[in-house]
Design a protein around this ligand. Structure first.
Ligand code: SF4
Length: 747
């Protein structure tokens, strides 16, 4: 792909001189001829117009977009019609992916706050790097190796995540770092690891079109993953589509069945479905006996969870539960899908495993149209699961396992002593340590913690305790960047290259079709620069380009379930329209990878004995429930398909802004609105024990009486949410807390 590119001399030469000043003359291997270490190469006006395919940088669906180049500029895009993920479709965010690069608040130069009371002012990269490394080193020297941490993202490439993780832990000697992926899919990771023996979503997207029964739990697929919902609509089997969700979401409205359970009663509901399956003998005994462990204990445990016993808690009649179980029993190919309604709960891991149990006990796994399938959120959340080097050692390994440490050190060509036998704290534990004054330096990369973290007031108090906060982002205007002592300007999707892994384990390419503004550098190059200024650049001499890093990462996966040693290079990924893991060297000898592959066709799971585990636990109540003072459940979730997370990007598009409300709104059931004297469109105050927000009332029967709904995309929403965490995944429980609603005077 680089053959059509030419160098961008000004920015490259600045980077060169910066690095030369720190590490002496560049060696031949460090030359920038391939354009990856420096600012790369961009098409010239003299070149013929062309189009190139790349994976979208918003969500985990991983659609391919064809970018059209004219006179050296990316002038437009269209969804790629021959890509097995999106088949010629894209959602509004994808269509606007290039537009958001042009925003006026792009970070184009470093910004430094010279004292806590000073404003952020421009500085050069040399100053930024010198200040950052000297401040962090001083903190480490005074307070030890746990005193500086990082918070990363699911939005940068796997190669960049790996670089950050290796630089911080093997080069800078840090211990703690986590990602915003903790907020979206840590539960699925924990559930799969415990149940299957490895974090392994088993499905392929073709399964949406092959099932005859699809059950969606806590997933508003039509809004959160619109192209995947399109795949469901293409299903030729007239499938039964069942949505389990307290709210009548857009997906529930389009489904054949909506099961409107009480908030946070999903674990009880899944156990009651399992109880009926067992009681009626609607289970796959051969599969259970030969491929699982723990079923008999589970069957005994279920005695307390008959549909009649759980109905009072779940709000779901026994007949409905029995009908659900019967539908699963009668389905020939039943698939179970879940997203954040399950993942973001106080007992999320056991809830995800209750879904996995249903698939296992009915033998709905490893076959077309089946599976216990977590759909993840961010474009590279799956890359983060394998390669961020945060809570997993690179490649899906374990920091506490000496063989794993030796293998990863050998793959990286570093001394094994650099790989510490210590696990990182999870996101909220890092914040706790900051609050306690034990972590004093923080590096935040491509995430907007000050908007997205649960219980915002506590978060802001926590950040105020930091001695030094570095934020690396493509915009200088995010809520988090505005709190920083130093802002590092980062290139965006479309301005760099690397790989993303989508929800069905497909590794796809992102490419550089545009130059980053001003002094902004790819995250890859910013990490490279930090390494040089820190004095550990020699460890990363082989990490010349993202593709060189991809070759190293391949090696870390060897002999694991995610083994990708059969993928030759980026060109192969490009030619094959992405490749799903695993694809081993042995596989490659048998021929090119097939387009769609699912796991467990051989019925062997990744525990040593090859059996899946059936795991369960007594349900418990959430830490906060409605009471007389705060009588409503607050539910949160995605608002529209045109909005992405904290709207740092989607909020920059005129088109997307027209497709979504521009200020906070709250869905209230008309019955409750009447009781409270709230007319449609009125301003209301929503209060929790942690704060209050003003929103416009949207009266809707989509929300049940006693519940209200706020979309997650507005900064105000997390003023209300309640800090509670699943004990296994440590994922925050965003989905339910107690609030009250008050009408405000008309305006
Ligand atoms: Fe991009 Fe996701 Fe939309 Fe596809 S569905 S175009 S990956 S945001």
């Amino acid at each position: 792909m680089n053959s059509q590119m030419e160098e961008a001399p000004v920015q490259e030469s600045r980077l060169l001189s910066l690095i030369q000043a720190k590490s002496g003359p560049l060696t031949q291997e460090l030359s920038l001829t391939e354009g990856n270490f420096g600012l790369g190469k961009v098409p010239t006006k003299a070149q013929p117009d062309f189009a190139t395919k790349m994976v979208c940088g918003f969500c985990s669906t991983g659609c391919s977009l064809t970018v059209h180049m004219k006179e050296g500029r990316a002038v437009g895009l269209t969804p790629s019609s021959d890509y097995p993920v999106n088949l010629g479709m894209a959602c509004p965010k994808g269509w606007e992916a290039l537009r958001v690069l042009e925003a006026p608040d792009r970070a184009s130069q470093p910004l430094l706050r010279r004292s806590k009371t000073s404003p952020l002012l421009p500085c050069d990269l040399d100053t930024a790097m010198t200040v950052m490394t000297s401040r962090f080193k001083a903190i480490l020297q005074e307070h030890g190796d746990e005193a500086v941490a990082f918070l990363s993202t699911g939005q940068i490439t796997s190669e960049e995540m790996a670089f950050l993780g290796a630089l911080t832990k093997f080069g800078m000697g840090l211990v703690h770092g986590d990602g915003n992926t903790r907020q979206c899919m840590a539960t699925s990771v924990a559930a799969y690891k415990q149940s299957f023996g490895f974090d392994a979503p088993p499905y392929t997207y073709a399964d949406f079109e092959l099932s005859d029964v699809l059950i969606f739990a806590g997933s508003n697929l039509a809004i959160a993953h619109p192209i995947l919902w399109e795949r469901v609509l293409r299903n030729p089997n007239s499938p039964r589509t069942i949505v389990i969700d307290p709210r009548k979401t857009e997906t529930a409205m389009a489904a054949t069945d909506h099961v409107a359970l009480a908030p946070k009663s999903d674990l009880q509901l899944f156990y009651s479905i399992a109880q009926v399956l067992v009681r009626m003998g609607w289970i796959d005994r051969e599969f259970i006996d030969n491929h699982t462990e723990g079923f008999d204990d589970f069957a005994a445990f279920l005695a307390d969870y008959s549909p009649e016993q759980t109905a009072g808690f779940t709000g779901i009649k026994a007949e409905t539960v029995i009908e659900l179980a019967k539908t699963i029993h009668q389905g020939k190919r039943v698939s179970f899908w879940w997203t954040m309604g399950v993942n973001q709960g106080h007992e999320a891991t056991r809830t995800a495993q209750a879904i996995i149990n249903l698939a296992l006990m009915t033998g709905n796994i490893g076959k077309p149209g089946t599976g216990a399938n977590s759909i993840t959120g961010q474009c590279n959340a799956m890359g983060s699961r394998l390669f961020s080097n945060t809570t997993n050692l690179l490649g899906g390994h374990d920091f506490l396992n000496p063989e794993h440490r030796a293998k990863v050190a050998a793959a990286l060509g570093i001394e094994v002593e650099r790989v510490k036998a210590r696990n990182s704290l999870a996101y909220h534990e890092i914040l706790d340590r900051i609050r306690e004054g034990k972590i004093k330096g923080l590096w935040v990369i491509a995430t907007n913690t000050a908007h997205s973290w649960i219980d915002q007031r506590a978060l802001l108090e926590t950040f105020s305790k930091l001695d030094f906060l570095v934020v690396q982002d493509m915009y200088h205007s995010t809520e988090t960047a505005r709190l920083a002592d130093l802002v590092l300007p980062a290139a965006a999707w479309g301005e760099k290259e690397g790989t993303f892994i989508n929800s069905e384990r497909r590794i796809g390419l992102v490419k550089k079709v545009s130059l980053a503004p001003g002094q902004a550098l790819s995250d890859f190059n910013l990490f490279k620069l930090v390494a040089e200024y820190w004095g550990c650049g020699h460890l990363f001499r082989a990490w010349k380009t993202p593709e060189a890093v991809f070759q190293i990462l391949k090696e870390t996966t060897r002999n694991l379930p995610c083994d990708i040693t059969g993928i030759r290079d980026y060109q192969m990924l490009d030619l094959m329209n992405g490749i799903q893991w695993p694809y081993t060297q042995k596989d490659s000898q048998a021929g090119p990878p097939t387009i769609e592959r699912r796991l467990f066709a051989d019925r062997r799971f990744y525990h040593v004995d090859g059996r899946a585990r059936i795991l369960f636990e007594k349900p418990r109540r959430p830490g906060e429930v409605p009471d007389s003072e705060f009588p409503y459940w607050l539910l949160t979730g995605r608002g529209t398909a045109a909005q992405w997370h904290t709207q740092t990007r989607t909020g920059k598009s005129e088109v997307l802004n027209k497709l979504s409300p521009q200020s906070l709104y709250v869905e209230i059931n008309p019955v409750n609105a009447r009781e409270l004297g709230i007319p449609p469109g009125a301003r209301v105050r929503v209060l929790s024990r942690r704060g209050s927000v003003i929103a416009r009332a949207q009266l809707s029967h989509a929300i049940a009486p006693g519940q209200i709904f706020l979309p997650m995309h507005y900064a105000e929403t997390n003023r209300l949410t309640f800090s509670e965490f699943d004990p296994y995944s440590k994922q925050p429980s965003y989905k339910a807390c107690a609030v009250r609603v008050e009408p405000l005077a008309a305006s």
